[in-house]
Design a protein around this ligand. Structure first.
Ligand SMILES: Cc1cc2nc3c(=O)[nH]c(=O)nc-3n(C[C@H](O)[C@H](O)[C@H](O)COP(=O)(O)O)c2cc1C
Length: 253
């Protein structure tokens, strides 16, 4: 096991962070965190002595553009990196290779890549409850294998699956809306990674800024925010076939 790893994550509803911390906990004794959902993420440079784990959620088979934008504030300087694309049980497509390419471009040396499962943040019945106890054991074992590779000083890059050019994904053309239960408390506006909600009137969402990450829905103390029921129903139907079997976490070394 390594001494220390820095877990850098973009996790609007917490699933990506949970999976990342389970993996990181198998790699190193001490885990520090950098939260890329914070708009004020500072520029930071790493060096060859550092090991980072960078984890992002899969949106439409890609990484959220807001995450890639913030990740560009970090410079690797030869730091070794583990990448993780965390998806909700449909598919991760080009998100993992996109993350590896970006990390390499920022000066990190990617030594391992993982595709991990977490509950689907829109269609909660998909990959429900994941990461679960079985994932916990598997991610600890993945972590041990990664630590072993890093401990040997082996520098080979993983054969990460995915296509270049990456698939197109323009985002979802809908935003969560508040209903009459909204008290105007502003919790959603404060925690919105995209600063898309008006703090003075949280019923107003800037559609051009919103990335449909579901953070506002997850944090609302009055459960007053949701995607339109019609959109929820349509997505539930589209994703129903993926509920039939349990997708497994994958590790590329
Ligand atoms: C806008 C959006 C698009 C998504 N697209 C996909 C996808 O293409 N494939 C998939 O399996 N899961 C998809 N998901 C589910 C998330 O990847 C998954 O739930 C992830 O763990 C969410 O991370 P978080 O809990 O850290 O917010 C999507 C979720 C959102 C909000």
């Amino acid at each position: 096991m390594l001494e220390r790893i820095i877990a850098i994550h973009f996790s609007p509803t917490g699933g990506t962070r949970r999976a990342a911390l389970l993996l990181a906990g198998g790699i190193a004794k001490q885990v520090e965190e950098i939260d890329l959902t914070l708009p004020q993420v500072q520029e930071k440079s790493f060096g060859p002595q550092d090991v980072v784990l960078v984890a992002g959620p899969v949106y439409g088979g890609r990484l959220p553009a807001l995450m890639t934008e913030r990740l560009r504030r970090l410079t690797g300087g030869g730091a070794r990196a583990v990448s993780a694309a965390v998806y909700g049980g449909r598919a991760y497509e080009d998100a993992l290779v996109e993350l590896d390419d970006l990390l390499e471009a920022q000066g990190f040396a990617v030594a391992a890549a993982a595709a991990l499962l977490a509950e689907h943040s829109i269609v909660r019945k998909l990959a429900a409850g994941r990461p679960d106890a079985q994932d916990e054991a598997q991610l600890a074992a993945f972590g041990a294998r990664i630590a072993e590779k890093l401990g040997r000083g082996e520098k080979s890059a993983p054969q990460t699956p995915g296509n270049r050019p990456y698939r197109d994904w323009a985002g979802m053309p809908v935003t969560p809306a508040a209903n009459d239960a909204c008290t105007g408390c502003g919790t959603c506006a404060k925690s919105c990674p995209a600063q898309a909600i008006d703090p003075a009137d949280p019923r107003q969402t800037d559609e051009a800024r919103c990335i449909t990450c579901m953070r506002c829905v997850a944090v609302c103390p009055a459960q007053a925010r949701a995607l339109p029921a019609q959109v929820q129903g349509m997505l539930g139907q589209k994703l129903a076939p993926f509920m039939e079997k349990r997708p497994e976490n994958e590790l590329y070394l």
